[in-house]
Design a binder for this molecule. Sequence first.
Ligand SMILES: [Zn+2]
Length: 173
Amino acid sequence: MTNPTEAARFPNASADVTSPSHRPTVDCMFCQRATDFGPLSDRCVYEDSSFHASHQIYEDGPSYLGIILIQTKRHVPNLAALSDSESERLGWLIGRLSRALGMCTPAEWTYCFGFTEGVRHVHMLIAARYPGMPKEYVRLAIADWPGAPHGDPIQVAELVSRLRSAVGRPGPP
Ligand SMILES: [Zn+2]
């Protein structure tokens, strides 16, 4: 991002981590999680210096198998504020997680969505889109489909273990 025209159009692209909007905040649930990912260790599918990805679970019943939440480790309030290297890593990670879900579940393809609306900290979801899903559950109602594969915490941990090794496998050229 050295092109001055680009820098003018995307002023946040240089990711000035000293900017107040990029500082961790106690009010941000994703910053709070980033202080200690230990409680998520059974659900961690991928982690590096910039990102953490964990399988989602439901506290009040069986969990939809194949929904992974990616979050930045630092407080990044919107996608435009990602650095170029973070953007590249995020694209790579979306592809790797999607491929891993394809290897480890019967998913036909994956959804990828994120709004940075409820919490202004970059996070997005990658979800296994299973075959035979009724129309009323497509898109944002995907996790409500009772016919989708669900599992208890042990089954989630077992899937996470397989996803973790699948993420590391190189894909097609
Ligand atoms: Zn945050």
